[in-house]
Design a protein around this ligand. Structure first.
Ligand code: NAG
Ligand code: NAG
Ligand code: NAG
Length: 299
């Protein structure tokens, strides 16, 4: 009996201690006011999902062991959930944000997500998981950096860049939802977006300096199209995939399927335009990986 009591006391002490350690992990707090707004990423005005009136919606940049607390106010006219694609919810599944595990956040109400990012160092993304909400955007990057005491098998890059790739439909998401619900095919997308921008304007997206190494955190946030991308004239060194560090091979182009994320290092050691500018511009091309999808765009 005495022994059992001692064991219990030790257990209580351990639990208490671990509780104290957990409480020390930093918190990131967010308040998201989710509304509809008019967006026109392909030049066609359509209904999109905004967070705090912003489009594109924010990325979350976190570090392992961070506690993430997001108070979501649903000001859409439909139930809403956000899911954290690829994030392991190790302690419980009640904040995973998929229907069946979570009750949808009803219009006019709010719900607070609370989860901790643990030993998954890499790039992920979040998106609204109900209906065809994802076709109205509302997706953003969720980066998990290493704490300084955790070594990673790559040198710190000169800068980090976010690359959210995805097919895009200009039809309203509720029309797409009806099509899917009636058992029909939603057909080919209207285009491919990179960070919610089309390729047409050819505006510089990433500033790079000759000779430096940059890390690109890339996710396919689309609906159904596998994409192939490359940086014109440059090799990519794959360093991480869905939160695991990889064998570091060089690739000219990579296929990325819906829901996948990886990060690559690119050294600005080529000049794709043959110009001797100090600041180079990388060109990113995305196209359907099945090669049947012809909407090739340059960024
Ligand atoms: C959310 O945004 C809408 C539209 O801008 C505004 O009317 C509403 O008061 C906001 N709600 C909260 C909780 O901030
Ligand atoms: C809703 O938001 C209020 C005000 O920020 C907060 O006190 C409350 O805990 C939230 N409710 C839920 C269910 O998250
Ligand atoms: C995230 O924050 C870290 C510092 O904690 C910074 O080094 C890094 O560049 C940021 N990443 C992105 C993608 O903004």
């Amino acid at each position: 009996m005495a022994a059992a009591n001692t064991v219990l006391a030790v257990l209580a002490l351990l639990l208490g201690v671990s509780g104290v350690i957990r409480a020390k992990d930093p918190y990131l707090f967010f308040t998201w006011n989710v509304t509809y707004g008019t967006i026109s990423p392909l030049g066609v005005p359509q209904r999109g999902i905004l967070i705090n009136s912003q489009f594109p919606v924010p990325n979350i940049n976190s570090t392992t062991n961070n506690n993430i607390v997001i108070n979501v106010f649903n000001n859409l006219n439909k139930p809403l959930l956000f899911t954290w694609n690829g994030i392991q919810h190790r302690k419980n599944s009640w904040f995973d944000g998929v229907v069946g595990t979570n009750c949808p956040i009803l219009p006019g109400t709010n719900f607070t997500y609370h989860f901790q990012v643990k030993d998954q160092i890499g790039g992920f993304f979040y998106f609204p998981s109900l209906g065809m909400h994802k076709a109205a955007d509302g997706f953003g990057g969720l980066w998990v950096n290493n704490r300084l005491l955790i070594p990673v098998p790559l040198d710190p890059p000169a800068d980090d860049y976010t690359v959210l790739l995805g097919d895009w439909y200009t039809k309203d998401h509720t029309a797409l939802e009806k099509t899917v619900d009636s058992g029909s095919n939603i057909g080919l997308p209207a285009g491919v977006l990179i960070n919610d921008k089309p390729g047409k304007d050819r505006a510089p997206m990433f500033e790079i300096e000759a000779g430096k190494v940059y890390r690109y955190w890339i996710c396919n946030v689309g609906i159904k199209t596998s994409l192939n991308f490359r940086f014109q004239g440059h090799a990519m060194e794959l360093v991480e995939m869905d939160g695991s560090h990889t064998i570091q091979n060089l690739y000219d182009s990579l296929d990325i399927h819906v829901g996948q994320c990886f990060s690559v290092l690119v050294t600005a050691d080529q000049n794709p335009r043959g110009l001797l500018h100090r600041d180079l511009q990388l060109v990113l091309e995305a196209q359907g990986a099945d090669r049947h999808y012809k909407n090739i765009q340059q960024y």
